[in-house]
Design a protein. Structure first.
Length: 274
């Protein structure tokens, strides 16, 4: 009885070390137990994964599942780690089995969709659809399915999915970016402008976003705003020839010839092979 109590105490210590991120010490304590149960192996796997030793994490998950094949969380995490380590066939087997047991679990459907996509399986999108059938607001599945339709140039379907996702999670940056790109690709510059402005308001900035903002402002005849957007591009990448070119064109609109010449010459110089 005393040994059981002592073991419980040391496991509690290991759990507390794990909780504060001291994974190595936690693992050392877990591994010193008289007998390692499936749940302890699961904890070792989680700690190894957290500290970045993915091979050891996989081995620990395998031992955990061998001891108790009903540990669903261990199986799911094992499958995700197999995908992360490019072992797609094994990951496919793990999630196929999980879905047979839990067909209504949306995240299992989503995970299998990711795996099928890596295996170049053309039916991957069907698993995203199944995930959304079970959870209509599953942001990751909605994003992957919207991306699938966008890549196929089925812009209407992509639009419906992005707007559906943003209705429940308006601060989802990835979805905001895809929504803006979907409008931009159809040359709906008015809609794209509002969406890229929203992306900026959410605190996301990048060279690509400012380039597209510049083009939207340019197409909507907001000349000063377009120049400002392209100047932001140059702050991020001073050798962006396209930004220099459009700033030059825009200064020509404003009849600022000296500024226009400077940027057009920079565009020419940067566009020439070095």
């Amino acid at each position: 009885m005393q040994r059981v109590g002592a073991q419980t105490s040391t496991l509690a210590l290991a759990d507390s070390l794990y909780a504060v991120g001291d994974y190595h010490k936690a693992i050392q304590i877990y591994e010193k137990q008289d007998s390692l149960s499936a749940s302890v192996y699961q904890k070792i796997a989680s700690a190894e994964q957290a500290r970045g030793d993915l091979n050891k994490a996989l081995k620990a998950y395998e031992k955990s599942i061998q001891q108790n094949s009903k540990l669903v969380v261990a199986k799911a995490n094992y499958g995700k780690l197999l995908r992360r380590t490019y072992q797609y066939q094994k990951a496919d087997s793990v999630y196929t089995e999980l879905i047979q047991q839990y067909p209504q679990n949306p995240d299992f459907q989503y995970q299998l969709g990711l795996i099928k996509e890596k295996l170049k399986n053309s039916e991957a999108y069907q698993f995203y659809e199944k995930a959304i059938q079970e959870d209509a607001t599953h942001q990751n599945a909605l994003y992957e399915l919207a991306s699938f339709y966008y890549q196929k140039k089925e812009f209407k379907e992509a639009e419906n999915l992005t707007q559906k996702a943003l209705a429940s999670a308006p601060k989802n940056i990835k979805m905001q970016l895809l929504s803006a790109l979907n409008a931009y690709s159809q040359r709906d510059y008015s809609s794209a402008l509002k969406r890229y402005q929203k992306v900026n308001q959410l605190g996301y900035t990048s060279e690509s976003v400012y380039e597209k903002l510049g083009m939207c402002y340019y197409q909507e005849a907001f000349i000063t705003k377009a120049i400002e957007a392209y100047q932001h591009v140059l702050k991020l990448n001073a050798e962006n020839a396209s930004a220099h070119l459009y700033i030059g064109k825009l200064y020509l609109h404003k009849e600022k010839l000296e500024e226009a010449e400077k940027h057009l010459l920079m565009a020419l110089l940067l566009a020439k092979p070095k």
